[in-house]
Write a protein that binds this ligand. Structure first.
Ligand SMILES: Cc1cc2nc3c(=O)[nH]c(=O)nc-3n(C[C@H](O)[C@H](O)[C@H](O)COP(=O)(O)OP(=O)(O)OC[C@H]3O[C@@H](n4cnc5c(N)ncnc54)[C@H](O)[C@@H]3O)c2cc1C
Ligand code: SF4
Length: 531
């Protein structure tokens, strides 16, 4: 064996952080290569001129918080940094439905009961809690009342959140959002955190560290067992070498891309649905270093039927959209009771600071139809006549057709470059989107809102997703999947994929817990081989 290290993990989101942690605990020498920065609370973006965005093809110029990718018919929001999507996610951590594993292309070994112990591990590590009874946000109450009015009270749920609450906290405290009400504590991984004081900044980094993100649990646990986490390493492709694999990357250093490589006995690709699929596509089709990767690579991609609809309320006090955990509650139709369409609706607040930055970015971006549509939607919904504190967002997630295809194609402006492209026909998923939108409308009417159906949907049937899934799906063999039930790539021993790309079909619910549970299982099986 010639590998410099035992395991190289590419990416540090829900798949990568879990793999790094459990393999380091098992005694492996682990190196994590992560394309984004390592963020500290003092560096979280706050002002419009701060580094909000990551540019996937020019990360040496823009290596900020969020990677907003505009694909054909689809905008995809992704985390970039040590902690991956957990940095910017809304902390909703929930299991998939048991039936999810009955069909949908899963290999026979993956069942709900098989995953249950791994879900339990994730639950414990992420510190999952419900919002305490005395701390329900205005959005929580608005959704509950609207659901009751529509006769859906029994479908209303408090969302399980990876946040730490102080049961004694309440909005009646003097100056309730003051940081002084946050109670400091040291978590089991030795990191300093505080309890939630409802600042509403969950998606842009919690100022009091109440958010139990991966950089507060799995990643420090990995480092406590010797893992070496290297930020600002953008992996390009992987090639087999004697006794392992070479991972070829560019290091982002002083505004430059500096080429480099590292060899390991085993490699775990955990760069997310778009990132892992792109690394394998480039390895198979561009650099031809992994020519035998399954022809199913890129297929069964899904936006998890995400649909976001802004809603305008005359009285900002009714929603206080920016106060409290970004998502707090949901109405659950995953049983298909509404016309057989399976989905869940959640309330979604947003940090106003972030929306200002998005608008600034869209104003300065070159205009594609999708970019124009997004910009118009944002401007229409959030201009000065309609201040943002009167707007909340309904988020829908559900089971779409899951039939997108990622592939490499020529860049029109620079034809010598190969870019990640998406083929996605919305028509086969329109039914579930229409069902989500219809319920958004009815919830809005029931709560006195004025729904703003985004222009990018009305005119172009374009979508925005924060839950990209699939591309390197699990399957029974190379004819039906890219990886087996352990996450090992068919045809390449000791090469693994662990992240949202391995899901063979949309989960409908918020996916992070299922991604992490699958990674826990892959890590367990791989660690048995290492030990
Ligand atoms: C605003 C927002 C809110 C969300 N809210 C929720 C929620 O409440 N609940 C929920 O379950 N899900 C939520 N999600 C989705 C959730 O974040 C993702 O499903 C999850 O992070 C996916 O995990 P992953 O391991 O597949 O990939 P990621 O977490 O995206 O991790 C991939 C990592 O790989 C890195 N990477 C990518 N390419 C490369 C490369 N070439 N080289 C090196 N590193 C690379 C990335 O920077 C990233 O750190 C939200 C997402 C967003 C954007
Ligand atoms: S609501 Fe505020 S304090 Fe609570 S977790 Fe989110 S950002 Fe932190």
């Amino acid at each position: 064996m010639t590998g410099e290290v035992d395991v190289i993990v590419i990416g540090s989101g829900f798949g990568g952080a879990v793999m790094a942690c459990r393999l380091a605990e098992a005694g492996a020498r682990v190196v994590v290569l992560e394309r984004g920065r390592r963020w500290t609370p003092e560096q979280y973006p706050r002002k419009p001129e701060d580094p909000w965005f990551y540019h996937h093809s020019q990360p040496h110029k823009l290596d900020g918080w969020l990677d907003l990718r505009l694909l054909k018919g689809m905008a995809v929001a992704l985390g970039a940094g040590v902690g991956g999507g957990s940095l910017c996610y809304s902390s909703v951590v929930m299991k998939a439905d048991p039936e999810y594993f009955d069909g949908g292309g899963w290999p026979a070994e993956i069942t709900y009961s098989e995953l249950l112990p791994y879900y339990d591990k994730v639950h414990a590590m992420m510190g999952v809690n419900d919002i305490p009874a005395g701390q329900h946000t205005h959005r929580f109450q608005l959704l509950q009342q609207a659901a009751d009015k529509l006769g859906y009270g029994d479908r209303f749920r408090s969302m399980p959140l990876a946040l730490t609450f102080d049961p004694a906290y309440h909005y009646g405290l003097p100056d309730p959002l003051d940081h002084k009400h946050s109670k400091p504590f040291t978590n089991p991984q030795g990191k300093r955190q505080g309890t939630c004081v409802h600042l509403g900044n969950c998606d842009i980094g919690c100022d009091v560290q109440a958010k139990n993100a991966l950089d507060f649990n799995y990643i420090p646990a990995a480092e406590n067992h010797g893992a070496d986490v290297r930020p600002l390493h953008l992996v390009r492709y992987v090639e087999p070498v004697a006794g392992g694999y070479r991972v070829v990357f560019d290091r982002i250093e002083n505004g430059q891309l500096v080429p480099g490589s590292l060899t390991g006995k085993r490699v775990v690709i955990s760069a997310g649905s778009l990132g892992s699929t792109e690394i394998l596509l480039r390895s198979r089709d561009q650099y031809r270093t992994l020519p035998a990767v399954s022809q199913t690579l890129g297929s069964n991609w899904s936006p998890n039927a995400n649909f976001l609809t802004p809603d305008l309320y005359a009285d900002p006090a009714k929603i206080h959209q920016g106060i409290g955990p970004t998502i707090s509650a949901g109405v659950d139709f995953m049983d298909g009771a509404l016309g057989g369409k399976r989905f869940i609706i959640e309330d979604d607040g947003f940090p106003n600071l972030f929306l200002n930055a998005v608008l600034a970015k869209l104003r300065s971006a070159p205009l594609s139809p999708a970019g124009w549509a997004l910009r118009t939607a944002f401007q229409r919904g959030f201009n000065e006549k309609n201040p943002m504190d009167r707007v909340m967002v309904w988020l829908g997630a559900g089971v779409d057709a899951g039939d997108g295809r990622l592939h490499l194609g020529r860049d029109w402006l620079a034809p010598w470059k190969q870019e990640l492209k998406l083929d996605w026909d919305v028509r086969r998923s329109e039914g579930v989107i229409d069902a989500i939108l219809d319920l958004h409308k009815r919830l809005s009417e029931a709560s006195g809102g004025h729904l703003q159906v985004p222009v990018y949907w009305r005119l172009f049937k374009n979508l925005v997703t924060v839950h990209p899934l699939g591309g390197c799906k699990m399957g029974g063999d190379a004819g039906t999947g890219v990886v087996d039930h352990r996450g090992q790539v068919f045809g390449y021993e000791n090469l693994y994929v662990a992240d949202g790309s391995v899901l063979p079909s949309p989960v409908g619910r918020n996916p992070s817990m299922t991604i992490a549970a699958l990674a826990e299982r892959s890590a367990r099986l791989l660690a048995d081989g290492i030990a």
